[in-house]
Design a protein around this ligand. Sequence first.
Ligand code: EPU
Length: 465
Amino acid sequence: MGSARELKKIPVPFRPRLGENGIRTALAENFMDKFVIRGGNPLVGTIRVSGAKNAALPAMAAAILTEEPVILENIPDVRDIRTERTLLVSMGAEVELGYGRAHHRTTLCCRNLANPEAAYELVKTMRASTLVLGPLVARMGRARVSQPGGCAIGARPIDLHIKGLEQLGATITQDHGYIEASAERLRGGHIIFDKITVTGTEDLMMAATLAEGETVMENCALEPEVSDLAVLLNKMGARIEGAGTSTIRIQGVSKLHGARHRIIPDRIEAGTFVIAGALCGGDLTVSNCDPGHLGALLKKLEECGVQFKTSENSVRVTGGHALAAADVSTEEYPGFPTDMQAQYMALATQASGVSAITENIFENRFMHAQELVRMGANIMVEGSRAVVHGPAQLSGAAVQCSDLRASASLVIAALVAEGETILDRVYHIDRGYERIEEKLRSVGAQIRRMGEILPKKAAAPVGVA
Ligand code: EPU
């Protein structure tokens, strides 16, 4: 038996605590960074899609281009958005958040930007922080932005942002892990992207709005998020034509003004729920989305035998039908999105036959494959190709999230697996999916955040058809 002194050292059983004012302590956060999912329930009802994270991030950066307030609606309440808010505030921006029914509204006013810098601490947690580079140099004449460094899904350099800014007349130096850009006033230029880049197109489009003269950008990204940003910038007084095509023309203006804009729905969140609905059985309506942005995904799902119907702003999917394997190659928009590759792999594990999945955008975006294998999937990865043999009976296991979309894939797999899955490091999913566990629970899924206290009686599914 130990002495009284030794006994005192025995740790008390761990209980997650809420700190003062209900703020979670780091310990409780860590404990709550897990989902517990029990598979097998059909999904029945309606899930409402949030605003697109990848449209909201550049839209927030666009506020830097004017002294006047920019009001953004349909901003998703996700971790990456909070990070960008922190970044803008650190530069001197004033931010006002809507509350109650307007809680997805954010008003940004960048009148006084005393500190045009994106520090490493923030950039390392979110690469999209580099979106402030172009707007800062265009409006403030200087910017200091940390180099983002490596990323879980690939190298993801920003050389094309830098090269483009140089073509617009900025002087760029790189030192101590930071990029410093300066220009008295940017001037229009001719930019031909060596490779299609989404945030690169957005960054330079923002920079060119305040440049002197005309900028022509070729080989631009066609993603709906680029078009949405152009709509916002034009509302602010910019003169942009051709966004959504591969050539964008921008006539520079001397000043932009405030505007109000509603962010487009998140096509990747929508696609994630459509796949979940297809696999789980039941009758799921994914509402508040734009099926026009889901073309390549829906075409592929049709090929696999998924039964769905689209309306102007929703997709209704009835699950539980036999699925057939189909090959997929990720491409830039309007091709099959790399951001849906992981979720599609979860579907492929349930389809009869062999699906070859080729990832063409990022070099290391198959980390979910090994976790799916741990759940019973039959997947072989070779370089940029994964070959999935299905269908496989998945069984619940302890698995780890490695990035945002990989996490979504594992949630889907867990929803169809037999038994219980413990999904660790779900902070990855919180970066880009707004309260995914609550949304899924509202349509019948058994999913909870560890440490979360649920009401005794589960709420009735929302909007059951
Ligand atoms: N690339 C370069 N040099 C550059 C920029 C890009 O070589 O200067 C390469 C990248 O390494 C990659 C390819 O070009 O191989 C495409 O990268 P892109 O720049 O288009 O990616 P991104 O703009 O950094 C956005 C989304 C990603 C999405 C990709 C591809 C945002 C904030 N992020 O990233 O979203 O996967 O486009 O569609 O818009 C996600 O939401 O999970 C996510 C990763």
